[in-house]
Design a protein around this ligand. Structure first.
Ligand code: BDR
Ligand code: CA
Length: 328
């Protein structure tokens, strides 16, 4: 029997999701069972096509399941996402919009296809049949997972762990209070936080401390293989966008958020300064809509539900990606 860590990745691909998929596929400690797609960085059709493009680039055979194209309920209220803008694509006197994600990833169009089953039912079928040994790694909005939990709550007892990219305590991006994955579907995020499943949260507090720089992308490009080139291209695009919209402390660098969550699955030591605490989500529709509320107190009111990472080991994380990309 294989002792690899079985995971299902849930993505809204996206430049950093693309790197996460590549690393999950290449990491020998991980058995990538499937990749599920969700709306988020772009509409569902785009995130799904992008996911298939990455799969084809890797010449991989993992199945791709298409999931939800809209957040659970928050779009019903025009004062929610309508009232606040998402991650900003223009600041100051910028004339052109700049985005961390192109409409489609700049790699060849896909030839492979999605599976027939919907991602939500794939989760339910697979988890119910499992021995409770599957780790879920959502790195986009939590819509698919929360839907599956609502339809079949028994899956919660079958999930080994959730290692998710999302949230932010001292760092935010969508609004002054919120991080994108949580903000996009706050009700879904709260359902997951209430699920009772062990959760490790990889928030902006950790990912912003593990940025990839242009010195690093030069090394990826010098590898001379399709993965090294793709990581370099996607990350250089991110660095260009972050430098204009949300400059990082380390000059000419950007977070590759989602890949850090994958790294943490195989190497928990990549995350630092973890706090086991209570985390809830604001979904009241006000200024703090989508906020990750991390309880810093010694005596919390509700049971602790999350290991929240305030920091990460940048050198370890970047070296891990380089080692994986180099062996392609
Ligand atoms: C998260 O939002 C998305 O833009 C990224 O792919 C990442 O999952 C960061 O806030
Ligand atoms: Ca993502």
């Amino acid at each position: 029997m294989s002792d690899k860590i079985k995971i299902i990745l849930d993505v809204d691909t996206g430049t950093d999701d693309a790197v996460a998929i590549m690393m999950a596929y290449l990491e020998e400690k991980i058995d990538l069972l499937a990749v599920c797609t969700v709306v988020g960085n772009k509409p569902l059709e785009n995130t799904t096509e992008n996911t298939l493009r990455v799969k084809d680039l890797l010449k991989a055979d993992f199945p791709v399941y298409k999931g939800c194209g809209e957040a659970m309920v928050c779009n019903l209220n025009p004062n929610r996402h309508g009232g606040f803008k998402g991650v900003r694509t223009k600041v100051g006197d910028m004339k052109e919009d700049v985005s961390m994600h192109t409409e489609y990833l700049d790699i060849p169009a896909s030839t492979s296809k999605v599976e027939k089953e919907h991602a939500v039912f794939y989760y339910i079928d697979t988890l119910m049949k499992s021995d409770g040994d599957i780790t879920l790694v959502p790195v986009g909005p939590l819509t698919n997972l929360a839907m599956a939990m609502r339809i079949q709550p028994e899956i919660c007892g079958k999930i080994k762990e959730i290692v998710m990219m999302g949230g932010g305590c001292r760092r935010t991006n969508s609004t002054p209070a919120s991080e994108f994955n949580i903000w996009h579907d706050p009700e879904a995020a709260q359902i997951v936080m209430d699920s009772g499943v062990p959760i490790r949260m990889v928030p902006l507090d950790a990912t912003h401390n593990a940025c990839v720089s242009t010195d690093d992308t030069k090394e990826f490009r010098a590898m001379g293989n399709p993965v090294g080139d793709a990581v370099a291209d996607f990350t250089d695009h991110r660095i260009m966008a972050y430098s204009q919209l949300q400059p990082m402390e380390r000059i000419d660098s950007a977070p590759v958020h989602d890949a850090l969550a994958v790294c943490a699955v195989a190497y928990p030591e990549a995350l630092k300064d973890l706090l086991f605490t209570r985390v809830d989500i604001d979904f009241s529709g006000g200024f703090a809509d989508g906020q990750t509320i991390v309880d810093p107190r010694a005596f919390v009111d509700k049971p602790r539900n999350c290991h929240f990472a305030f920091d990460a080991d940048r050198e370890f994380f970047v070296q891990w990606m380089k080692d994986l990309a180099r062996k392609v």
